[in-house]
Design a protein around this ligand. Structure first.
Ligand code: ADP
Length: 667
């Protein structure tokens, strides 16, 4: 086919994807002067990629097959907006040969390889046959057409256990089983076939020798329509969970220069076997010494930024230039490797609950600045909603440095300085990975995360002195910021009070743990905090996203988010979720067993909600106080009878004054 029909100059690009990759592609396309068209589902009306593009077209309902996987709707969206080209991103239709063909038939440039190249490389079996012919090293295995049980089990015996049974059409680790003995083979094949049929509509299997202590090493390649093909060094993606990459880096710390040249040459040979055009990845599994081809991905990959950071190449720009029909701008020996880059995939998921996806509104989204070697490719903003319909990756954080150690350190720092609230993220898990000594020394294999899971998901530390003080300071800052401080509040004139010393008590709790108490002393002189016997002088100064807390002469910055009585704090010791025990909420353990209901703070009685003599359930409202312009309802701390009310509406009451008496019913 005449390649000028496939690849030619265009001015309007439709991005057939969502989330961070759609945003990533839009950014470069705009920088190249292109007009960009986003597509979206009903669940993504307010998504970031829609806001970033020049135009956006609604595809349909939330479910991917009704929207992002709907070829007809996508082609129609391109026609409606005058788009001349389509970038598929990764996932969704990016490796779908029919979609590439449909684009071509509709007169659109597909930013990627031809449908024919995709088909040739799309099947793991087919591509292996090609690689065998091209002399690319393969893992010992079977990738023939015959699928009967006898053939498969004979092949398994010949290869020798342990082996890997893999769906030929596979992706994302699905339809894949490790088999360690002949007895396990049949059930493994049956279940892998079932999974493959459901996921890919194709249950053909291949068998491979299971490489011991496997590492995943892959090479970035890119070809143009003039017959040029380049490799852009390798990435190591050995840190995986369930065959899904978690951390990726470039270059691989496992390979020496000679091995690097060998694997890159093998990758060029592999891609050259189909005269590949566009960006692609040749994936290898390695035992740490040799590399064996496993598959080719005929698209841009999630982890492409690490390659960009060590080569200085914008791969999306090159993809677009190749799609314009241009020749690649550099020669192989002009591609230089500079420094080291590491990427972490930030997901909305809960590592302590078996990585269950987390959905909801992102109430806080504070990321560090993209300076000092840090890059963040995000698909979400504060206020966005993470829906249950799509992959839960929120962003990628990538760090570059001259050396691997520093790149890891920078990435870890970036992760540590990220505060996301409203949904649960895997950020603490990623930090635990980045600080794990075996990750630092590259003593890993693809099973590392699974083995170390307990360590990597261990519970957050308990709050200490610093965190309790920070909690009080956070409440202080928040009250001041919200203008709730009154003339006689400690925050108004922080630490300075004309008359005497005053006190305010706080209690905090983590989960269902015990209450931890802290007392604030303020008034004339400096403010102090009392924890048990220890009294600590402190000052606070607000800053973006939190405050500086000087405690006992040491200043440290604290990030804080307050949502009602839920406090999120990030100190030098980590992240802490504290519950501020509501002194009015009937939840304070202090009240249990006591008959006395007292004003925990000075305030005004604005409502009396129960009559003397009334029977009250635990938590029943008794009266409402207005404190710092906020209404707080005092509730029965236990079931009983309201013996007396000692105040009336309009009374101004002082801290500690008894307002009502409830007699426990003794049940
Ligand atoms: P998928 O397309 O589903 O991602 P791959 O064939 O790319 O499947 O394999 C996924 C991961 O499984 C690889 O990154 C590698 O870690 C591991 N793997 C694949 N083949 C082997 C093998 N023969 N031996 C050991 N590990 C392997």
């Amino acid at each position: 086919m005449d390649r000028s029909k496939l690849y030619r100059r265009f001015r309007t690009l439709l991005i057939a994807n969502r989330g961070e990759i759609a945003c990533r592609v839009i950014r470069t396309a705009r920088a190249m002067g292109l007009r960009t068209v986003a597509v979206y589902s009903e669940a993504d009306r307010d998504a970031m990629h829609v806001a970033l593009a020049d135009e956006a077209v609604l595809l349909g309902p939330a479910r991917a097959r009704d929207s992002y996987l709907n070829v007809e709707r996508l082609i129609e969206a391109a026609r409606k907006t005058g788009a001349e080209a389509v970038h598929p991103g990764y996932g969704f239709l990016s490796e779908n040969a029919e979609f590439a063909r449909a684009c071509f038939d509709a007169g659109l440039v597909f930013v990627g390889p031809t449908a024919g190249m995709m088909t040739a490389m799309g099947s793991k079996s087919g591509s292996k046959e090609l690689m065998e012919k091209a002399g690319v090293p393969l893992v010992p295995g079977y990738h023939g057409e015959a699928q009967d049980e006898a053939t498969l089990s004979k092949a398994a015996e010949r290869i020798g256990f342990p082996i890997l049974v893999k769906a030929s059409a596979g992706g994302g680790g699905r339809g894949m089983r490790i088999v360690r003995s002949a007895a396990e083979l049949e059930p493994a094949i049956i279940s892998a076939k079932r999974e493959a049929k459901a996921a890919f509509g194709d249950d053909r299997m291949l068998i491979e020798k299971y490489v011991d202590n496997p590492r995943h090493i892959e090479v970035q390649v890119i070809g143009d329509s003039h017959g040029n093909l380049l490799s852009l060094f390798e990435r190591e993606c050995t840190l995986q969970r369930r065959h899904q990459k978690v951390i990726e880096e470039a270059p691989s710390p496992t390979l020496n220069a000679a091995q690097r040249e060998t694997v890159c040459a093998a990758a060029r040979k592999a891609a050259g076997a189909v005269n590949y055009v566009g960006a692609g990845t040749i994936e290898f599994v390695s035992d740490g010494k040799d590399v064996f081809f496993i598959e080719m991905n005929t698209r841009l990959q999630v982890e492409h930024p690490v390659t960009e950071l060590i080569t200085g190449v914008d791969l999306v720009e090159w993809q677009l230039r190749v799609a314009f029909g241009e020749a690649l701008p550099l020669k192989q020996d002009e591609i230089r490797l500079n420094g080291h880059a590491v990427e972490a995939r930030v997901y909305a998921e809960n590592p302590t609950k078996n990585f269950m996806p987390s959905v909801g509104k992102i109430s806080t989204w504070r990321l560090p600045a993209e300076t000092g070697g840090l890059r963040i490719d995000a698909g979400y903003r504060e206020g966005d909603t993470v829906s249950p319909y799509y992959d839960a990756m929120l962003a990628k954080m990538i760090a570059w440095a001259p050396t691997r150690d520093v790149a890891i350190e920078r990435l870890n720092r970036g992760l540590e300085e990220t505060d996301v609230r409203g949904i649960v993220t895997n950020i603490p898990f990623l930090s635990a990975l980045m600080t794990h000594p075996k990750v630092r020394t590259n003593a890993i294999d693809t099973g590392f995360i699974e083995r170390e899971l307990a360590v990597l998901t261990s519970a957050a530390p308990a709050p200490g002195e610093l965190e309790l003080c920070a909690a009080v300071a956070a409440i202080a800052s928040e009250e001041q910021r919200a203008g709730r401080a009154q003339a006689n509040s400690p925050w108004q004139t922080f630490g300075w009070q004309p008359v005497g010393r005053r006190q305010r008590s706080f209690a905090f709790r983590v989960g269902h743990g015990p209450e931890q108490k802290i007392t604030l002393n303020y008034g004339s002189g400096c403010s102090t905090l009392l924890i048990g016997e220890r009294e600590l002088a402190f000052t606070i100064a607000p800053r973006e996203g939190g405050f500086d807390l000087t405690l006992d002469g040491v200043k440290s910055s604290v990030a804080a988010v307050i949502d009602g009585h839920e406090l999120y704090l990030r100190t030098r010791n980590g992240r802490f979720d504290l519950h501020w025990v509501d002194p009015f909420g009937g939840e304070s353990e202090e009240h249990v067993g006591e008959d006395k209901i007292a004003a925990p703070l000075p305030g005004t009685v604005v409502a009396v909600l129960a009559e003397e003599g009334a029977r009250l359930d635990k938590g029943a409202p008794i009266l409402t106080l207005e404190v710092m312009k906020m209404e707080q309802t005092l509730r029965a701390p236990y079931a009983g009878v309201l013996k007396s009310i000692k105040c009336k509406v309009g009374d101004i009451v002082q801290e500690g004054v008894e307002l009502a008496v409830v007699e426990a019913s003794g049940e």
